[in-house]
Design a protein around this ligand. Structure first.
Ligand code: PMP
Length: 286
């Protein structure tokens, strides 16, 4: 029997069911999900999962895609079409499909996907009778910001916070008050002593390719570098603040949380590094 998936209003063969390549679930992990177990074709703990779903969606400010009654109908219809007596039903809701941009899209309906599958309850019973093995590993959720993963939900929320405050970028701050990096950029300052500062990459940040290029260019320009973290206060007192990324090159940041950086104008170091970076990038592009 072929499986069926519900995708954005239609029931489709599971084998060919697709969401758009610009779905934010795929691009940013910008979505939530729920799983119900199914006994005799019926949903277990329906309300409990619906309550958590509503909370997850509300926390992420993803619009509730349909009423609880409509969703119940879709879940049950998916279970029915898959002839699941005992098994599981999955629901994924993402912030929908929109041209790639970290910040939330406007007027984009959420994507809704429902799948269901049969589970052999006897297997679980046999294992439960014997008992199951466990292992341990450090809880790293999500302590691997050095990996350029599509799991970008925290970055999405940071960029959205910037947008809502009329800002270009959000600098993210660790529990010690030190800037880690921007939501989609590496962060730099020219500190009060005139030293170029950026956090070292032993730390939990993305090793920006632009960052590496800028480090070399700064050296060639004879700019003194101090590769260590800086606090928000240090950034606010800095001569210059700027961010770097393949998409924005070197972008001077002239205010932070509403406070002017120095005289509120792009500084000479950022301006020079932008110029030499662009010149080199153009020249060396293959
Ligand atoms: N940090 C984060 C979190 C990013 O997403 C990016 C760019 N996508 C960067 C830093 C900058 O990296 P790169 O210079 O390689 O673009």
């Amino acid at each position: 029997m072929s499986r069926i998936a519900y995708v954005n209003g239609t029931y489709q063969p599971h084998s060919g069911a697709t969401v758009h390549i610009e779905d934010r679930g795929f691009q940013f992990a910008d979505g939530v999900y729920e799983v119900w177990s199914v006994f005799d074709g019926k949903l277990a703990d329906f309300e409990g999962h619906m309550t958590r779903l509503a909370r997850s969606l509300t926390e992420l400010r993803i619009p509730i895609p349909m009423t609880a009654q409509a969703l119940e109908r879709v879940l049950k219809e998916t279970i029915r079409r898959n002839r699941v007596r005992n098994g599981i039903v999955y629901l994924q809701v993402t912030r929908g499909t929109s041209p790639r941009d970290h910040a939330f899209p406007q007027d984009t309906p959420p994507s809704v996907i429902v799948t269901s599958k049969t589970i052999d309850l006897a297997k679980g019973e046999a294992l439960a009778a014997k008992g199951a093995a466990g292992v341990t590993m450090p809880d790293i959720r999500w302590g691997r910001c050095d990996i350029k993963t599509v799991g970008l939900l925290p970055n999405v929320l940071a960029k959205q916070a910037a947008r809502e405050k009329g800002a270009y970028e959000c600098l993210m701050v660790d529990e010690m008050g030190l800037v880690t990096e921007g939501s989609s950029t590496n962060a730099w300052i020219v500190d009060e002593d005139g030293k170029l500062r950026t956090r070292d990459t032993q730390a939990n940040i993305l090793r920006g390719i632009t960052r590496t290029a800028i480090l070399k260019l700064a050296e060639a320009e004879g700019i003194e570098l101090d590769e260590r973290p800086f606090s928000v206060d240090e950034a606010k007192r800095a001569r210059e603040v700027f961010v770097t990324a393949a998409s924005s090159f070197v972008m001077p940041i002239v205010s932070l949380d509403g406070a002017k950086i120095a005289d509120g104008k792009p500084g000479p170091v950022a301006t020079r590094l932008r110029e030499v970076y662009l010149e080199q990038a153009r020249r060396e592009a293959i």
